[in-house]
Design a protein around this ligand. Sequence first.
Ligand code: 5GP
Length: 184
Amino acid sequence: MGKDTLIKRLLELDRNLRYSVSCTTRPARPGEVDGVDYAFVSRERFQQLIDEGAFLEHATYNGNLYGTLTERVERERDAGHDVVLKIEVQGAEQVRAKAPDGVFIFVVPPSVDELVRRQVKRNTETSKDMTARRLIATREMEYASRYDHVVVNDELQRTVAEVLAIIHSARERDIQDKARSSQT
Ligand code: 5GP
């Protein structure tokens, strides 16, 4: 089970969470729905959004552009929701610079081999693509130590429980911090 399944379960179990649908120039995979899995946009449109300063973060992954729209995240935050971003490492660095109080969780597959097995099972990537993604995944592992938490995505129920516990304790800390600062 990949990150998508993990996030789906988190959203089902925690009603205060919202998923931030990213923009990408990657073509949609079979079964992916525009506006649900991603907002699929042309390179021209993506560049226009960059020029307008619309992105909270954006990055290139395996030749395609991916980005989080600031407006979407702010809208959810203003409504009192916590927002889940499913982003790669360069984007996470940008978000950390803008929102240092965010909770950064590095979700790793049990092994890179397992990641490749999942991709083969998904059967949507060409073998050239899979080789490239394997290389990126191996490089990304080096970033793990920069995250607040590292969670091994081995067994769905256990992984979901671990991530939920992290989110809940961060929320609790946030509430306590706010209470403290309102007393002073
Ligand atoms: P995929 O093509 O497999 O859907 O995603 C490729 C990589 O891009 C994954 O690591 C995914 O987490 C990341 N990604 C998806 N959306 C965004 C985004 O908005 N920003 C960044 N920086 N990475 C993203």
